[in-house]
Every structure is written in structure tokens, then in C-alpha cells.
Design a binder for this molecule. Structure first.
Ligand code: URA
Length: 286
């Protein structure tokens, strides 16, 4: 009897693995332990889904494009304000499987059901995953959704987003040509700065997003994005003006558009940063 049950379970597992393999899934990973345990607080929405310990399917990223690199500087370590563990880099020789859009969709679905930060999961209208061209050479990395983003499900659609659109236009770019994502996928209530545990909980998501996107360039908007990505506590002023490396991505740091709305005198510096980025990308400066 037990033997029959065991055989049936093994057969079901084999079939499940085979169907995942046919769908292009090349690796199954256990999620990292969360900094905040989802204890006690119920989800806000009935459709907030699978248990935190569920196994996640990982799609193999497309191969990185060959890159002509400007001088890249590593950031000196130091204890990060944005603590957390980093997902291990995938081996370079993974067989190709899901396309970038399909791999992003798998991850988007996982993010939409995340309960790692119970208070944020309870207060969000929806998660805000990211938007833009999955093949973009350039990504913009912000902090967290605000009220407008939470309502519409898209990053940078409020006042700061309008300014980002103007910065892109000044660079001769449209938002459809780049990819925009945030550190946090949920809105922190009252637009407060993300807490270190929230950043740690979201780290695997944005790291995997970047592994799928494989951009050549990434522009960090503001100190939270920059310090989180580069795992540093150096102030933004010290991080600007040079390229940093993050797993082969050339990272430039500039002011957050919301800060520029409060301090318009910094727009000139931002334009200098953008020109540096455009030059490195080999693009004409308008
Ligand atoms: N600020 C951010 O950092 N991200 C958004 O999506 C909107 C405002």
C-alpha cells in the first residue's frame, strides 16, 4: 500500500518536472529565508497567493551582449544600510530557455503574490514590477512605488515620473526604449523610505529581474537605489560622476527626480550625469 503511494508520488513528481522542463524551466531554487516572517497578518487581497516557502521556477537568462566598457570603479564595501543576501549569479553556460519577456512574466507573477513583508502586502493596491523594453540597453532603478504607481501598477507615473520622462526626452530617449524598475515592488505607506528588512526581502526580486534583463547600463535614481544596489553607505555625492560595476552592468548614479523637484538647482548636475551616460553608450548628446 505504502509502496503504491510512493510510486504514484514519484510518477507525479517526474511528470511535473518534465512539464516544467518543457516550459523552459532549467532550475528550481528554494527562496532565501526572509528577514520578516509573514506571521499573523492576513493578506489584504483574496488573490494574494502561494505560501512563502514555495519553490520558485527560474528561467535561464539570455546571454549578455558584448560590451565596450568605459572605466568602471568598484565601490568600497562597508556595512550596507540595505542589508540582505544576494542571489547567486547564474552560471554563464546555462542552456537557453525562456525568452526575456517570458522570464519576466514568470517573475512578475511571483512578485504579484509576494507576502514577504506582511504590512506592505496588506496595504498595497498591487505590486509594481517594472516597465519598458525587456531588450533595453539601459535601465533606470528607482526606490519604491508612490501613491500613483500603487494605483496604476507602473513605476514613475506620478510627478517624479513626469520629470523622469522629461529627462529621458532631453537624452533623446522614450520610456518605451528603456526599462524602469524599483528596489521595492510595494508602496511603503506614506511614501516613507524603505526599511532595511523590506529591501532585503525584495533584493532577490530586483537581482533576478536584472539577471533576466542583462542591461549594459543602469542608472540609479537616488541614494536608496544606489546604496542598495552597490551595497554601500557612501553618500550619493560620492557615488556620482563615475561608473560602478554591478555584475558586469555599468552603473551610474544620479539624483532622484523627486529630489530634483524639491531642489531644481541640482538639475544641471543631473544633466552632466546623463551626458556621461550617453557618451558611454555611444549615443549622440542632443
Ligand atoms: N519614485 C520611485 O522611486 N519610484 C517610482 O516608481 C515612483 C516614484
Amino acid at each position: 500500500m505504502e509502496q503504491a503511494l510512493w510510486s504514484r508520488s514519484c510518477r507525479a513528481l517526474r511528470q511535473r518536472l518534465e512539464s516544467l522542463r518543457r516550459a523552459g524551466v532549467v532550475q528550481l531554487v528554494r527562496p532565501e529565508p526572509f528577514a520578516v516572517q509573514p506571521a499573523g497578518i492576513p493578506p489584504a487581497r483574496a488573490d494574494v497567493g502561494p505560501a512563502a516557502g514555495d519553490t520558485a521556477a527560474v528561467a535561464a537568462p539570455a546571454a549578455r551582449r558584448p560590451v565596450a566598457r568605459p572605466q568602471v570603479e568598484e565601490v568600497a564595501g562597508g556595512p550596507s544600510a540595505a542589508a540582505g543576501t544576494m542571489a547567486p549569479a547564474p552560471p554563464e553556460d546555462r542552456p537557453p530557455s525562456l525568452s526575456r519577456p517570458a522570464a519576466l512574466d514568470v517573475l512578475r507573477h511571483e512578485v504579484a503574490h509576494c507576502l514577504r513583508c506582511p504590512p506592505l502586502a496588506a496595504s498595497r493596491t498591487q505590486t509594481v514590477f517594472g516597465v519598458g523594453d525587456p531588450e533595453a540597453r539601459l535601465c533606470f532603478f528607482g526606490e519604491a512605488p508612490g501613491a500613483d504607481e500603487d494605483r496604476l501598477g507602473e513605476p514613475f507615473v506620478g510627478a517624479a515620473g513626469k520629470l523622469l520622462d522629461r529627462i529621458l526626452a532631453a537624452c533623446g530617449l522614450r520610456r518605451e526604449e528603456v526599462y524602469i524598475l524599483n528596489v521595492l515592488k510595494c508602496r511603503p505607506p506614506g511614501n516613507r523610505t524603505p526599511a532595511p528588512e523590506e529591501i532585503a526581502n525584495c533584493r532577490t526580486f530586483f537581482e533576478r529581474q536584472l539577471q533576466i534583463l542583462q542591461p549594459e547600463f543602469l542608472c540609479c535614481l537616488g541614494a536608496t537605489a544606489a546604496q542598495t544596489l552597490l551595497r554601500t553607505t557612501q553618500p550619493l555625492g560620492r557615488l556620482r560622476g563615475r561608473f560602478h560595476d554591478h555584475q558586469g552592468i555599468q552603473v551610474l548614479v544620479t539624483y532622484h527626480p523627486a529630489y530634483l523637484l524639491r531642489s531644481p538647482d541640482k538639475k544641471r548636475d543631473t544633466w552632466e550625469d546623463m551626458k556621461m551616460l550617453l557618451r558611454a553608450m555611444g549615443r549622440e548628446i542632443p
